[in-house]
Design a binder for this molecule. Structure first.
Ligand code: NAP
Ligand code: GCO
Length: 265
């Protein structure tokens, strides 16, 4: 059974993986035996990431590049290939959000979100996939969102990008599944990370919404998402293609559930 989830000998790259969901994914992949490379745009955050891996008794290779900059991606990934080896598992995790109503949002802000959340997975995957084809297999995990299927006021750019990423995942599958590369997405629900910090405070209406509308009755933890990533990075998912795995405590499954008032018949 353990063999199904054993990643010994595999090389994984997690973009934007110094904290939050990406860090939890990097650590679980390392614990499963992979050699993990973590990328971030910010060199200082890579220092704290190295400490976090060390605390878990795991090694990590760190790499600074901006996932939206094709030349920088080329430099960073060439360096990983020379110093670590060709990538078997790519987690397109880096992402940003801007919560601004459409009428107040500058086009430059909209484009920046699309660049990081949608164009970057295109750039990084395009650079990594020829190596996977050479190796005769690979895994790509695109970090989607519940906003891949739903809108919400103020998150137009984010929802456009994550909706696009869901379909990019499907299109990558159409082109690359034949090379034994499985491309899937994860759609986290509301997870306790820096990204949700501003909407998670006690008393914030959004916190109340998440707590009452999520059938599981809690916010998700980065580890909840990392467990799903281990499945999608492992042999256990070798015939899972172009799927978005929602890890959301049931919030998408639910229309109108309110804690304590769910017997509405
Ligand atoms: P987070 O804590 O804000 O982490 C995002 C990471 O992406 C950070 O390490 C950030 O680096 C990095 N990043 C941003 N721009 C980058 C760039 N141009 N190049 C390289 N790295 C870059 O977010 P998170 O909550 O862990 O989310 C991880 C992923 O899951 C994101 O794609 C997010 O949209 C998605 N997601 C999150 C939730 C949630 O509830 N938290 C739900 C659904 C989906 P810096 O810290 O240096 O800026
Ligand atoms: C928001 C949240 C979300 C989550 C997540 C939902 O403002 O609605 O930040 O966008 O981060 O992506 O799946």
């Amino acid at each position: 059974m353990k063999e199904l989830f054993d990643l010994t000998g595999k090389i994984a790259l997690v973009t934007g993986g110094t904290h939050g969901i990406g860090l939890a994914i990097g650590i679980i992949l390392a614990k499963a035996g992979a050699r993990v490379c973590v990328n971030d745009i910010n060199e200082e955050k890579l220092l704290s990431c190295r400490e976090a891996f060390k605390k878990e008794g795991c090694d990590v290779y760190t790499s600074t590049f901006d996932v939206t900059d094709e030349k920088d991606v080329e430099r960073g990934i060439s360096q990983i290939e020379n110093e670590v080896g060709q990538i078997d598992i790519l987690v397109n995790n880096a992402g940003i959000i801007k919560r601004i109503p459409i009428l107040e949002m500058k086009v430059s802000d909209y484009k920046q979100v699309i660049d990081v959340d949608l164009v970057a997975p295109f750039i990084v995957s395009k650079r990594v996939v020829p190596g996977m084809i050479e190796k005769k297999g690979g895994k790509i995990i695109n970090m989607c969102s519940m906003m891949s299927v739903y809108g919400r006021n103020t998150v137009s750019a984010y929802a456009s990008a994550k909706g696009g990423l869901k379909l990019l995942t499907q299109n990558m599958t159409c082109e690359w599944a034949k090379y034994n590369i499985q491309i899937n997405g994860i759609g986290p629900g509301y997870i306790v990370t820096a990204q949700t910090g501003p909407i998670r405070e006690n008393g914030h209406p959004f916190n109340d919404l998440v707590m009452t509308r999520t059938p599981a009755g809690r916010w998700g933890q980065p580890e909840d998402v990392a467990n799903a990533a281990l499945f999608l990075a492992s042999k256990a998912s070798d015939f899972v293609n172009g799927h978005i795995l929602y890890v959301d405590g049931g919030i998408l499954a639910n229309f109108g559930y309110v804690k304590g008032e769910n017997d509405l018949s």
